[in-house]
Write a protein that binds this ligand. Structure first.
Ligand code: AMP
Ligand code: ZN
Length: 115
C-alpha cells in the first residue's frame, strides 16, 4: 500500500494524533500553516472529494463533526476556524487520500487567494 495517509492510519508512519474513532483519524499537519493545523481523514481510502459517492454521505458528515471536535479540543471553536479540502491540481492537492484541513488560532487570510 503506497498511500501516505493510509500508512498514518495503520501506524507505520508516525503522526501526532488529535482524534481517532472507528471511521476517522485526525492528526497535526507536519508543516502547519496556522497555529492550529489539524488534518481530518476517513479511514476509508478515496483520493479526493471527486471520488466521494452517495454511500459516503454519513462518512462526510462524520468528518465535519470530527473537525468540530478537534477545533473544540484545540481551543479554537469560539475564536474561529476554517475547514478546507483541496481537490485536484488548481487547489494544490498533493496527498491523494481525501483530507480536511482544520485551520485556526489566528486571523486567517482571505479565502480564495491566487498564486
Ligand atoms: P494537500 O495540499 O491538501 O494535499 O495537503 C497535504 C497536507 O499533508 C500538507 O499540509 C502537508 O503538510 C501534510 N502532510 C504531508 N505529510 C504529512 C505527514 N507525514 N504528517 C502530517 N501531515 C503531513
Ligand atoms: Zn489512503
Amino acid at each position: 500500500m503506497s498511500c501516505l495517509f493510509c500508512k498514518i492510519i495503520e501506524g507505520s508512519i508516525p503522526s501526532r494524533k488529535a482524534y481517532e474513532d472507528e471511521h476517522i483519524v485526525a492528526f497535526h499537519d507536519i508543516a502547519p500553516q496556522a497555529p492550529v493545523h489539524i488534518l481530518v481523514i476517513p479511514k476509508k481510502h478515496f483520493a479526493a472529494l471527486n471520488d466521494a459517492q452517495p454511500e459516503d454521505i454519513e462518512l462526510l458528515g462524520r468528518i465535519q463533526l470530527a473537525a468540530q471536535h478537534v477545533a473544540k479540543e484545540a481551543g479554537i471553536a469560539e475564536s474561529g476556524y476554517r475547514v478546507v479540502t483541496n481537490n485536484g491540481p488548481d487547489a494544490g492537492q498533493v496527498v491523494f487520500h481525501i483530507h480536511y484541513h482544520v485551520l485556526g488560532g489566528e486571523k486567517l487570510a482571505t479565502l480564495g487567494g491566487k498564486e
